[in-house]
Design a protein around this ligand. Structure first.
Ligand code: BMP
Length: 286
């Protein structure tokens, strides 16, 4: 892991990015002292908004799966945007685009959800090859959006490993204007450099790493999800943003506002102290 990157604050690292969404995210993290992204995988609009209102003060980013909302109406997006302004967080639609370029641009910009019009950040699989990146960029860049590539996954038996992960990182390197980082389980700088590649990255290459698969007291679920702690993810693996879902909002159909807010605060605090410890550790090494 690069001490050069990990010894720098999130605010300082904003200077490494030209992409507007990446800069805004890093500055939001610094301002709110939060590297917590809350994944709000609930299926009814009011529940969705209630969870976001409760966790908003502690999160730098709210992650959505907008296609699981059963009573979706376009006005939900306006209400989500109002909460984003109220609590100063950014929005990440976890759409995992994976189709040919033309279809991906339509999925990103059209249909019921019009994702590009409101999601500051979205993500894509590399399985269809590199053209998905310029395709999504043709819609997103002019709106100031950023893209994360799925380089690894947290689920047991994931095929996104080895040469697949390396090829994904090489694709990202060729599109630094739009790709701001990865969904991954560890840092990705330097990955894929041994294979033939025209791109020689700068010594201080900086990609954001956003990491799902976190809970404090549980190691997995019954459907293959695997969990680590904020300390393992941020301090030991060098990841930048912790993505936490059920560890915060639980399993109930109804929200307990008090407990949801206090769990969000607990994860924010755990993620931020792991980051502060990391800064200290790598500052003494660099
Ligand atoms: P939870 O913390 O409740 O397990 O939720 C994790 C969230 O992160 C889910 O929305 C899931 O779609 C997403 N996710 C993941 O768990 N692992 C990955 O590798 C990539 C993901 O986007």
């Amino acid at each position: 892991m690069s001490a050069k990157i990990l010894s720098q604050t999130y605010g300082k690292r904003a200077e490494h990015f030209d992409n507007v969404a990446a800069k805004d995210l890093l500055l939001t993290m610094e301002r709110k002292k939060s590297n917590l992204c809350v994944s709000v995988d609930v299926t009814h609009s009011q529940h969705f908004l209630d969870v976001i209102d409760a966790v908003g003060p502690y999160a730098c980013l709210i992650k959505t799966h907008i296609d699981i909302i059963e009573d979706f109406e376009p006005s939900l997006i306006t209400r989500l945007q109002d909460l984003s302004t109220k609590h100063d967080f950014m929005i990440f639609e976890d759409r995992k685009f994976a189709d040919i370029g033309n279809t991906a641009t339509l999925q990103y910009s059209k249909g019921v959800h019009k994702i590009a019009s409101w999601a500051h950040v979205t993500n894509a699989h590399s399985v269809a090859g590199p053209w998905i990146i310029p395709a999504l960029a043709s819609v997103g860049l002019q709106l100031g959006r950023g893209l994360l590539m799925l380089a690894e996954m947290s689920s047991k038996g994931s095929l996104a490993t080895g040469s697949y992960t390396e090829a994904t990182v090489r694709m990202a390197r060729e599109h630094r204007d739009f790709v701001i980082g990865f969904i991954a389980q560890r840092r990705m700088e330097g990955v894929g450099l041994n294979a033939s590649s025209d791109i020689v990255p700068p010594e201080d290459e900086d990609f954001l790493v956003l990491t799902p698969g976190l809970q404090l007291d549980v190691t997995g679920d019954h459907l293959g999800q695997q969990y680590r702690t904020p300390k393992e993810v941020v301090l030991e693996a060098g990841c930048d943003v912790i993505i936490v879902g059920r560890g915060i909002y639980g399993k109930s159909e109804h929200i307990d506002v008090q407990s949801t807010a206090s769990l969000a605060e607990k994860y924010r605090e755990a993620g931020w102290s792991a980051y502060e410890e990391r800064l200290k550790k790598y500052s003494s090494e660099s």
